[in-house]
Design a protein around this ligand. Structure first.
Ligand SMILES: [Zn+2]
Length: 308
């Protein structure tokens, strides 16, 4: 399997700090997995089309989409992906419907997106009519299988009320990858993540003191996982490699905070309090080859101005 972190950020951006804030240069958390004949997209957030293009992947090759939950940073790129894929240009030209699987409500979401863009579709009849189809995963089975690839959904906790949020485990030819989705510390990540090759987890890093000054942020903090908690999960599951995505740095200008935003160094040092094993801090377009029980990391060339 090849795993590509197309986006590794959060909904937050910092206006005016494009090349200084790691929040503003990361696209929303979105992950692509090539496994045999399948190319699976997990969520579609802000920047998904740009990141796919940068990775040299067109809209034609995606065979299935999986959604973790319906927060905007996980679905806001869906219309862009769908509409750009239907244009008769090099990147697009897709003729096979997009099919998305996810929590209850996924079919209604796809119908609503399609309806919202009816004027665009009507005014550009020369482009491909590309259906957008939603499926709810069967809550009794929570399993999707095709061409030797198994995707297993599991429930996590992200304050999404009556609509559950999902994490996903992907298995192919003896290799395994787990994506936590957005969640606080959750036993299901440990249950499904035991011994996986690659465990990709979300994380929130908060500057000490910020939550005291901004108690309103506690609600958000409580539906995510701290580095120390993620470290505990990594220690219990023992993946060949643990990697972070959906990295939320709480602090700095985006939060009108007088203290600077936490850094990747803070993220690593806080993780190391509870985990000593292999760790990668994700960055957009970082990729992993997961083959025969081994995980190789490919880091994108970074512009010096966009260091996390
Ligand atoms: Zn999110």
């Amino acid at each position: 399997m090849r795993v590509i972190l197309l986006g590794t950020g959060s909904p937050v951006t910092a206006p005016g700090k494009l090349f200084k804030s790691s929040d503003s240069v990361r696209a929303n958390a979105t992950t692509l997995i090539h496994a045999g004949r399948e190319t699976l997209l997990f969520d579609a957030g802000r920047g998904v089309v740009n990141r796919l293009s940068a990775a040299g992947i067109s809209g034609k090759v995606i065979t299935a989409i999986f959604l973790t939950h319906f927060h905007s940073d996980h679905i806001v790129g869906l219309p862009d992906l769908w509409l750009t894929s239907r244009l008769n240009f090099a990147w697009g030209g897709r003729e096979i419907p997009f099919e998305a699987w996810g929590p209850p409500g996924t079919p209604a979401l796809m119908t609503a997106i399609a309806q919202a863009f009816t004027p665009d579709l009507d005014e550009r009849p020369h482009d491909i009519r590309l259906p957008l189809v939603g499926h709810e995963l069967d809550t009794n089975k929570m399993v999707w299988r095709r061409n030797g690839v198994t995707v297993t959904a599991f429930v996590v906790e992200h304050g999404t009320g009556s609509i559950p949020a999902y994490g996903y485990r992907i298995d192919y030819e003896g290799s395994s990858v787990l994506l936590s989705g957005d969640t606080c510390y959750h036993e299901n990540v440990i249950k499904y993540g035991k011994g996986v090759d690659l465990l990709v987890h979300e994380v929130i890093v908060v500057h000490p003191g910020l939550l005291k000054r901004r108690p309103d942020l506690l609600r958000i903090f409580n539906i995510h996982t701290s580095p120390e908690q993620a470290g505990r999960i990594f220690s219990l599951t023992k993946p060949k490699l643990a990697a972070y995505t959906h990295i939320i740095f709480f602090g700095g200008p985006a939060f009108s905070s007088p203290t600077p935003a936490p850094t990747t160094r803070d993220l690593i040092s806080q993780t190391r309090k509870s985990y000593k094993g292999p760790l990668a801090v994700g960055f957009d377009l970082m990729s992993f080859d997961v083959i025969a029980g081994k995980v190789a990391v490919h880091r994108p060339p970074r512009q010096s101005a966009v260091r996390a």
